[in-house]
Design a protein around this ligand. Structure first.
Ligand code: ZN
Length: 169
């Protein structure tokens, strides 16, 4: 396994919509293993294909490992089938936008369908931080970033730092 370089904002790679994964083969399994290793080393709780320069619809997540209980998931071609009407506000961080916390409102539960590394289709109801992480990572596959969704106050606080990273004000 190896640790991959993480693509940083405002690299245009992060704005590219990703294409579906067509084959779950040795190359893809290696990529997923490397993405998990990269995420743990960062350290983070989620990482999407474009963040390591791969425009494919997959992400890895593990929201419990920092508490000593790893629960790694690799989600291939993920789709949100259902989302709650009720929203929850959370502060999100992104490994591609280090040091910029974004306060974002999202549905507080979702039903996620994805294919796992064994090629099995899975449908899961995710709540709490798992729901947040899955929505954040799925957005990456559509070129959308948490800073696009953040509240006015976070945006104002972050704008000098984002400008320093090379983004247009
Ligand atoms: Zn992110």
């Amino acid at each position: 396994m190896s640790i991959l370089p993480i693509v940083l904002f405002p690299d245009p790679m992060l704005r590219r919509p990703c294409t579906p994964v067509v084959a779950i083969d040795a190359t893809l399994r290696q990529l997923a293993a490397d993405m998990l290793e990269t995420m743990y080393a960062a350290p983070g709780r989620g990482l999407a294909g474009p963040q390591v320069g791969v425009a494919l619809r997959l992400f890895v997540m593990d929201v419990t490992w920092k508490e000593g209980e790893p629960s790694p998931r690799t989600c291939i071609n993920p789709v949100i089938l259902e989302a709650s009407d009720t929203l929850a506000e959370n502060t999100e961080g992104c490994l591609s936008i280090p040091g910029i916390p974004a306060l974002v409102s999202r549905p507080d539960w979702i039903v996620l369908r994805y294919t796992d590394l064994e090629g099995q289709e899975r449908t899961e109801r995710l709540t709490g931080f798992e729901a947040v992480a899955a929505q954040h990572e799925l957005d990456h596959l559509n070129g959308r970033l948490c800073i696009d969704l953040m509240d006015e106050e976070s945006r104002a606080a972050a704008s000098p730092a984002l400008a320093a990273m090379g983004a247009l004000p």
